[in-house]
Design a protein around this ligand. Structure first.
Ligand code: ADP
Ligand code: MG
Length: 183
């Protein structure tokens, strides 16, 4: 494990809304990713209809190696219309996707900060801007960035339980809450 692994998780404020999902097998994780993508599309569609601009969404995915973070992201991207491969951005830190969804064009950035060690890299790589563009940012290993990410709209905390997984999903914004209610 890299030394940076020891960096403490930054505490999040109390959640506005929380839900627990039992995910007994991989198909259940994939199904949750699909429901999340559909919820996201519905939320974006609703903000368009109300003439409110969708200002983006940040999701932090926590859990040990093998907990299913990338599996969940993969299902979300597929359900949002991505047909190609979904690479785990372990070495590149971020993988960008330009998608054409039912609710219109959408940029999704999939981060894996497992190997992220130096906060100065954050500014140098221009990562901040990814979060200010009305994009959806799905971030694995958010604790590696210390407090740089700020408070997300949603946190998906995955835990291995027996043969399956348990997902605790927490919302920290109204947009996140609306999304989670629809999952
Ligand atoms: P992470 O990105 O958290 O390191 P991955 O998604 O790469 O994890 O790997 C998760 C592994 O666990 C995969 O082999 C996947 O098939 C499996 N998996 C995903 N969801 C479940 C689940 N709900 N129950 C059992 N196995 C799962
Ligand atoms: Mg992963």
């Amino acid at each position: 494990m890299p030394a940076a692994q020891a960096r403490s998780t930054h505490p999040l404020p109390p959640a506005l809304f929380e839900r627990r999902f039992e995910l007994p097998d991989e198909d259940a994780t994939l199904a949750f990713g699909t429901r999340f993508a559909q919820a996201l599309d519905a939320v974006r569609h609703a903000s368009d209809s109300n003439n409110e601009r969708f200002t983006g969404l940040q999701v932090q995915l926590t859990g040990d190696l093998g907990a299913g973070k990338t599996t969940l992201v993969r299902a979300t991207l597929r359900a949002l219309g991505h047909h190609g491969r979904v690479r785990s951005p372990t070495y590149t830190l971020v993988e960008p996707y330009s998608l054409e969804t039912k609710a219109g064009p959408l940029d999704v950035y999939h981060f894996d900060l497992y190997r992220f060690a130096d906060p100065a890299e954050w500014a140098d790589a221009g990562f901040r801007e990814y979060f200010d563009r009305g994009a959806v940012c799905l971030v694995e290993w958010p604790q590696q960035a210390g407090g740089l990410l700020g408070v997300p709209d949603l946190e998906f905390a995955l835990d291995i339980e027996g043969e399956g997984r348990v997902l605790i999903a927490r919302a920290f914004s109204e947009t996140g809450k609306t999304c989670l209610e629809r999952c």
